[in-house]
Design a protein around this ligand. Sequence first.
Ligand SMILES: Nc1ncnc2c1ncn2[C@@H]1O[C@H](COP(=O)(O)OP(=O)(O)OP(=O)(O)O)[C@@H](O)[C@H]1O
Ligand SMILES: [Mg+2]
Length: 369
Amino acid sequence: MFNIGRPVTGENFYDRSRMLKLLIRFIQDGQDAMIKAPRRYGKTSLIKEAFGEAKRKMLYVDLRRETRFETIAEKIIDYGYEIMGLQGFAARAGKSVVDLLSDAEKELSLDFGLVKASIRLLEQKERKEGHELLAEALDNLFAIAKSRGERFYVVFDEFQDIGEFGYKKDAVLELLRGTIQHHERHVVYYFLGSIETIMSEIFENRKSPFYNYCRRLTLEPFDYGEIETDLIAAFRGKGIVFEERKTLRACIERLSGHPANTMVVMQNLYYIALEKDIKTVTSDDIEMAYEAGYEEVLDLVEEYVREIKSKKHFHDVIYRLANGLPQRLKGPALRQVYRGLENMGHITRIGRGDYRINDGFLVEYLKEG
Ligand SMILES: Nc1ncnc2c1ncn2[C@@H]1O[C@H](COP(=O)(O)OP(=O)(O)OP(=O)(O)O)[C@@H](O)[C@H]1O
Ligand SMILES: [Mg+2]
């Protein structure tokens, strides 16, 4: 019922109805988009759920887990053929091209030139620059989609890492943008990222090749009303009710609707109810679940704090922010620290000189000492 740690879909997926509807419409219309949000806010879950609901197959590429553009290029080619019903194209091209070509001819109603182009690309993969190979693979995918009158989907998760592949970020972005802008509606792209400053730099800076390229979405915390309703229904489904609805609401607000933290607390609450074999949860149970959830995330929070303390002034600034104290640092020095904390994903700018700490448990920790 509550799932922690991995992206969630289906019956474990809560809230987000507005975003989900919008994304499904984008998917159906072939509209490219980027989604940014702090860590553990549910970006990956949202995109997976949207594709599941839209009943479309996407190629999901997590740039944080990838190390080479070459491997991504192979996945892109594989994805195109897999959708047409031919599995393991890249691996087979490495073994027997003759077999592959004859199977492709039998099984796919596809211009043969395109199949040959895919094979040629794979054969030359070590001789090309990684980002060029990536662009050519995407062009090949587009050519296949177009010739079949199909629409394919590529999702780049953790897109802010695009500059970490050994090629100059600007050059990669320039080439990618130049390539994918011609793929309109035949290959549709989604870009997800958790380092908001870098994502903004890529998609909102006038000088960036991706400036104004696609629809931009920001994933906010859970909607208090919607998650409250969803949680009540989920517990009711297990025969468990809340003694007082307002204590659940207070708990959600205390967690500032942080998706992952909310789920950790709710899972603890569910286990408490099971363990005590109770059908009605009280405010004491909720308090206990909150404490247990906090304990569970404490290691992570302590790691955040260690990281924050390793940079001069960072801890002082975020400590003051958490405790509502005036900042000692001023002007450009303060702005630089804010930017650094934003880059680390800990704070989000919500107005002029106004910032929010993204993780409520971190706030709690900083308030303690
Ligand atoms: N819509 C949701 N319904 C239920 N739980 C959710 C939802 N979104 C996020 N969560 C909770 O948050 C956790 C993290 O979700 P997910 O991995 O999708 O976030 P993310 O933003 O992609 O994180 P990361 O930046 O680490 O990749 C999930 O394991 C789940 O516990
Ligand atoms: Mg993710």
